[in-house]
Design a protein around this ligand. Structure first.
Ligand SMILES: [Zn+2]
Length: 306
């Protein structure tokens, strides 16, 4: 094929991908009065899904709106913005990022024209400095430069706890010790007793450990004590009852801890662990084979030093 033809074919393929991404339904579900959640696809990032694989959405107060997790790509963020604008014309005053993973954050730039305050864990800027360009390049390789988006560094940083008011609607923010990542932030809406858990809560999709297994179990214990009626998971249905909705994740994480400790006690290797630990959980989770081995490998190293 001549070079120009190859280029045109490539462009046509990109356009077709973009059209498919645009044609995905974008639906916000109101899980409690004023809390709207878009359920992410149970998949890895692809050009077809525009990395719309995490739960995102917004909380609408009497005078302003907070976006929670601005989407997995610029395309996803732009679609979220359009869906929010179809609900309300109140100002978007805050964009809260629950942690720095691309599927939750790379739509952030779509909200820059509204001039909101970007909120994140105090360790999030460091995570962006360490991994931002790597994530951006990886997403650009998959979705194309135009669609990928980029991180926006938060300036409202939460080291322990903080809160803000959207107009008769106070949201309490809590920064957690290392668990899913080293920069996990949760929100609690006092008005509806709704906990927005980000990726500290996976439902149906197998959890991925990018922080600490033991830390996650501790943080999960803290969160289970939050007097919430429901929680919004980072992946899974738009909302689940709380704390019952955390039971499967806690069971999975405890299985990993127990089986790795048993294996280490009898001198088993990390290869043996990766092949055997957690396998009885396989049928309980989507994308199990993509993440369980990695989780076990990470947790094995952690527990070896515990
Ligand atoms: Zn995550």
């Amino acid at each position: 094929m001549k070079r120009r033809e190859a280029l045109l074919t490539g462009l046509a393929a990109l356009a077709a991908r973009a059209a498919r991404a645009e044609s995905l339904p974008f639906r916000l579900t109101e899980v409690a009065p004023g809390i709207h959640v878009r359920q992410g696809a149970m998949a890895e990032a692809t050009p077809e899904n525009a990395d719309a694989i995490a739960n995102t959405g917004c909380i609408i107060g009497d005078s302003a709106i907070a976006v929670v997790d601005p989407g997995g790509s610029l395309t996803d963020g732009e679609r979220l913005l359009a869906a929010i604008r179809a609900l309300s014309d109140r100002p978007i005053r805050y964009v809260v990022q629950t942690h720095f993973h691309p599927d939750h954050c790379f739509g952030a730039a779509a909200f820059l024209p509204d001039g909101p305050v970007f909120v994140g864990h105090a360790r999030m800027p460091g995570a962006i400095a360490a991994r931002g360009e790597y994530y951006r390049q990886r997403l650009a390789d998959s979705l194309g430069e135009a669609q990928a988006g980029r991180p926006v560094v938060p300036t409202f940083l939460v080291a322990v706890e903080s809160s803000f008011d959207l107009g008769n609607r106070v949201l309490d923010l809590r920064a957690h010790p290392t668990a899913h990542t080293d920069n996990d932030l949760t929100l609690f809406d006092r008005r509806t007793a709704t906990l927005w858990a980000g990726d500290l809560l996976f439902v149906d999709r197998v959890p991925s450990i990018d922080g600490s297994l033991l830390g996650w179990l501790r943080v999960l214990g803290d969160l289970e004590a939050v007097p919430a009626a429901r929680a919004v998971p980072g992946h899974g249905p738009p909302s689940v009852p709380w704390p019952a909705g955390a039971a499967a994740e806690e069971r999975y994480l405890r299985v990993l801890e127990r089986e790795i400790r048993d294996l280490q006690a009898r001198g088993g290797t990390i290869e043996e662990a990766a092949a055997t630990v957690g396998v009885e959980e396989r049928d309980n989770w989507l994308l199990f084979d993509d993440y369980n081995g990695r989780n076990v490998t990470a947790a094995f190293a952690e527990l070896e030093w515990d």
